[in-house]
Structure formats: C-alpha cells, structure tokens
Design a protein around this ligand. Structure first.
Ligand code: GLY
Length: 581
C-alpha cells in the first residue's frame, strides 16, 4: 500500500468548503455566470462554435462520436487556421461504449532526408528559427490519414458525409471572430516572406476584420478532392505535388515518397488508475499520457483533498511531482518506434514512490538535484517560456457513450507560415518538437535528449494529452488542451479539481492554473492563481513564482450524475464553445 505523506489540515475551512462543493455539485457550476451547456444525447466542445456545430450536426444525423469528431477536425481546419489543420498532425484517444479503446497516432514524421544535425550551423550551434519557420520546419503531415483511420475503424459514416460541413464553411465563408481576426492581422505581418500565406490568409494586406466573412475557395477545392479520393487526394496527385513544391521552394526536404509512405498508427492508450477512475491517455510519441499517469501515481502518496486548494502545501505537492515528471520527460521520452521508452517502469507505483522519496515538506527540491545538468541545460534556465495559441483540443461524446478526445496541431501558431500553393492550407512547424541538439531547449523551453533526436521517418515528441477518464465502466470526463509544455499539467489540474475538490467540470476548467516543468525552475501561475500569502510562503520555502499569461484552453466534457447527461465545459480563456445534442 502507498504510504501517505500527511499534513495537519484545517477542519473548519475544509467543512465550509465541502458544503460549498456540495452545492457546486448540484448546480455543477457554482461560479459560472451562464448555465452550462447540457446535452442529453451527446456533447461537442471545440475551439469555436462553428466547428462544434459541425460535430453536433453529425450526431443529430445519427453519426457516432467518431463520425462527429472527424467532422469537427475538418471544420477546425477551416475555421481555426492557427491550429486546426490538414497540414499538421494530432492524437485521438477513443473509448467505445463496449469498452474497446484506441489511440490514433497521426503525429507528423521527419522526412526521409532529415538528419540529426539539420538545424545546426557549421560550428554545431542551433540556428535560431530554422526549425520554426520555412520549409525545413515542416514534418510530413498526418491529419488526413489519421482522421480516415478513425473513421474506418470506429466510425459509422463515410468521409463524404462528415467532411461536408467543412467544405461549406470554406466555400461560403463564415464571420471571423475577434480572436481570429487579430491572429490573421498578425499573420499578415509575420508571413511577409511567404507571399502565398499573405495572399490566402492576409488577403493581400486586407485580412478580415471581426465580423467580416472569410471565404477560402482554394481550401474548399482541396477538401473536395479529399472527399472524392480519400487520403489519396492529399498524399498523392495534385495536392501532394503542390505540397512538395511549396515546401521545397521554402527550403524544405519533404518528397512525394514521404507523403506516399505516411501511415498513421493505431496504438493502445496508456492506462492508469486514480481514486477509482481509469485513466486512458496518449502513449509515445506523446509524453503526455505517461507523464500524467506517473504524476497521478506520485500524488497517491498525499491527501490532496485535505489541503487548501492552491494553498502553499497544495502547490508544493503539484510542483514537486511535475518537476520530477518533466525531468524524466527530458531523458526517457521519444518515439517508441525508435527508442526504448521504459513505459512500464514509468507507470509503476514502485517508480512513483522512489521518485518522491526525497520530498520534504516546506522545502523546494532544486531542479539540479532532480537531474544533474550539463552546461547547455543550465543555459536553458535563462530561456523565456513563450506561449501561444498553438494546438487545439476537442472533445466529443454520443448518446451511446462512445467518447473521443482529440488534440491536433500545427505546433506554433500558423505552423511554419508556409501555405501550399493554390491549395489554401498551412503546413506545420512540428520539426521544432525534436531536440535540435540534445540539452538545448525548444520553443516551449523543453529540454530533450537522445531519445528525441532527429532521425529519418521518426515522430517528434509531443506533450499533447488527450485523455478520457472512466469510472464503473462508463466515461466520466473527457479532457484535453493546447498549451505546449503546459498541456500535461493543465489536464491533471482540471481532473484533480473535479475529483479532489468536487468541482463541477465547468468550474474545474475555469479555475486558475499553475505550472512547473523542471526547467526553468519556476512555478508559472496565471494571474490571481495564488494569493499573496501563498506566494510569500512558497518563496520562503525556496520556490520562485512567476505570473504569466493564461494557460491553455481546456475543452472538456463531464458526466452529470443528476440528469444523466453531459455537461460541456469550453474554456473561457479562448473562444471555445460547447454544443449539446
Ligand atoms: N506541438 C506541441 C506538442 O505536440 O506538444
């Protein structure tokens, strides 16, 4: 049995809180201003209402959650070009009502001509920006093949039935919301070196203002080709030729063979257990699932539900498990098809207990002690954690209880900034998720190692953590988020808010978040996430606390035990929307 690391708790405060959470449990949204989205027969939560609505339409037409998820994926490629995509990749975790589970890996791959040192200059230094912008930054896209694999194996509809909402949105256009307008104005400036991007998304210097209709005729044509030919319409023929031509003109090395050879992989989710919930999440090449489960395992040693939420003890415990999991991430994680990731060990309780053996109440464990660092890694302490709107997550459940948790990405906002000529879609800059040089941090400040070094055809390590939580053989929560390195800790905190603090899923998503990732050795917090006394107490104990911008955009679904239906929890940190059915 796991030994508990206990701390005296304040009985009165807890009793008061528990009564509040009881009321919260009934309303399912104590702090919400609007009533939550509710669906008796299903729920779709996605970055924007148009994409969520595309999924709802498919559910209403009799499709299952997988059919609807594919519709959402294609719709996001139209309505959310900063991250929704056909030129990127992603992960889809599926849990069917009959208990079958799957993790569809459609992560991008390194081109066959990629090599370990491709982002280094002659003196062996990382060339800034080379893995983030332009042709070399582009990994071989996986989305079209991955969505098809999901549909073929777990869906009930044909591609042409689920892709139509996306084609309509691209052809007829849609009113651009404030955030997208803002992003397109930014892109118009940032992509000056890429005339096709400026033409398509910047409308030659006139990007759409909020409320203006944005039509994408080139993308509509590409989607129609995919509708007609399936993945062959993307990986072969005209679209493939244009893709290769555009990448190579921007200095890249993707070939027609790379596209033709691309295959998604049907994997088994990694699984764990926490307080009666089965956790289903993404295996490598994501670090997310293993890190999430190993952190939850480490947390079993603590009575989190007796601590003040976001008090100094609570934040210390979160920080110390996160520090250890991210230190491990830097050493042991990579594409398991190329590197022996010790999954079983990392998921074991023996490992979790050993890892937390040096935990001391009221005292930070410096990151240097968690993992000895070389000079290059020490330099990363100076790295500034930049965050952006990159990546997007959507959650879907249907009336039968089939559930889908999908995170998809171009990596950085608008990916490599390279648009495929005449085809209307952007390409990813996922090559930056490899370690360009072991020990040197990537754009998220994450340090990688040999396990994640570049090799031809290998998949780059990811933090994306699409997750499904099951209890008594039924889906209870579907959770995921963008946010680069903060993804894994955000998913964990939302789940803990719901389980340990008994928050309704809407509040669990809304409450402010904190984040630690080993390096830099800093607790990042959202504005107002911690009170001044808590910050002071943490600083006295050796922690450094830094206030930053908001963290992630968790788009979650929770089961409502009272109405026996589904609550949608779109994150108000973005323009996210929930549509019940
Ligand atoms: N590109 C962000 C991730 O895969 O984690």
């Amino acid at each position: 049995m796991t030994p508990l690391i206990t701390r005296p708790f304040q009985l009165i405060a807890r009793t008061l809180l528990m009564s509040l959470f009881l009321i919260g449990g009934i309303s399912n949204s104590l702090l919400a201003w609007d009533p939550p989205a509710y669906g008796q027969n299903g729920m779709v939560v996605a970055h924007d209402e148009l994409a969520a609505e595309a999924g709802r339409k498919v559910l209403a037409a009799g499709g299952n959650a997988i059919d609807a998820a594919v519709a959402v994926g294609y719709a996001l490629a139209v309505t959310y070009p900063p991250a929704g995509n056909i030129g990127g990749g992603g992960f889809m975790v599926i849990r069917m009502a009959d208990g079958r589970m799957a993790a569809i890996d459609y992560r991008e791959k390194a081109p066959a001509r990629a090599n370990r040192d491709m982002f280094l200059d002659d003196s062996g230094r990382v060339v800034p920006g080379l893995s983030l912008q332009g042709g070399l930054a582009v990994g071989v896209p996986g989305t079209v093949a991955g969505l098809q694999m999901a549909l073929d194996n777990y869906g009930t509809m044909k591609l042409k039935e689920v892709i139509n909402p996306a084609i309509d949105l691209a052809k007829r256009g849609f009113p651009v919301n404030f955030y997208l307008s803002y992003a397109l104005h930014y892109l118009n400036q940032a992509a000056a070196k890429y005339p096709e991007t400026v033409r398509v998304f910047g409308r030659d210097g006139n990007p759409p203002k909020p409320g203006e209709i944005f039509k994408q005729p080139d993308l509509a044509r590409t989607l129609k080709t995919i509708r007609r030919k399936g993945p062959a319409g993307f990986y072969q023929g005209k679209v493939a030729e244009k893709l290769v031509e555009s990448v190579q003109a921007a200095g890249g090395i993707i070939s027609l063979e790379d596209l033709e050879n691309y295959q998604p992989v049907l994997r088994r989710p990694v699984t764990g257990e926490y307080k009666g919930y089965q956790v289903l999440s993404m295996p490598p090449p994501s670090s997310g699932g293993i890190a999430l489960i190993s952190m939850l395992n480490m947390l079993k040693q603590f009575e989190l539900d007796t601590m003040d939420w976001h008090g100094a003890d609570y934040v210390q415990v979160l920080t110390e498990v996160e520090r250890r999991a991210y230190a491990d991430r830097s050493v042991w994680f990579g594409d398991a098809d190329y590197w022996p990731v010790p999954t079983e060990t990392l998921l074991s309780m023996a490992y979790a207990n050993t890892r937390m053996a040096d935990f001391v109440w009221g005292k930070a464990t410096p990151s240097e002690m968690v993992q000895p660092l070389g000079d290059a890694a020490m330099d990363s302490l100076k790295a500034v954690l930049r965050e952006s709107e990159e990546t997007t997550h959507y959650s879907v459940v249907d009336k039968w209880g089939n559930a889908v948790s999908t995170t998809t990405t171009l990596n950085w906002t608008f990916g490599s900034l390279v648009t495929v000529n005449d085809c209307g879609f952007l390409l990813n800059d996922e090559m930056d998720d490899f370690s360009a040089k072991p020990g040197v941090p990537n754009a998220f400040g994450l340090v990688g190692n040999e396990a994640n070094a570049i090799q031809p055809n290998k998949r780059m390590l990811s933090s994306m953590t699409p997750t499904i939580f099951v209890k008594n053989d039924s889906v209870r929560y579907i959770i995921g988020t963008p946010g680069g390195s903060t993804i894994i800790t955000s998913v964990m905190q939302v789940f803990l808010n719901a389980i340990e603090e008994r928050m309704g899923i809407v509040d669990a998503v809304r409450m402010p978040r904190v984040h630690h990732q080993w390096l830099p050795d800093v607790i990042y917090i959202e504005p107002y996430a911690l009170g001044p006394e808590t910050i002071a107490a943490l600083e006295r104990n050796g922690y450094r606390v830094v206030i930053r911008s908001t963290i992630g955009e968790v788009n979650a679904i929770g089961w409502d035990p009272i109405f026996k239906g589904w609550i949608g929890a779109p994150d108000q940190r973005g323009a996210a929307a929930a549509v019940g059915y």
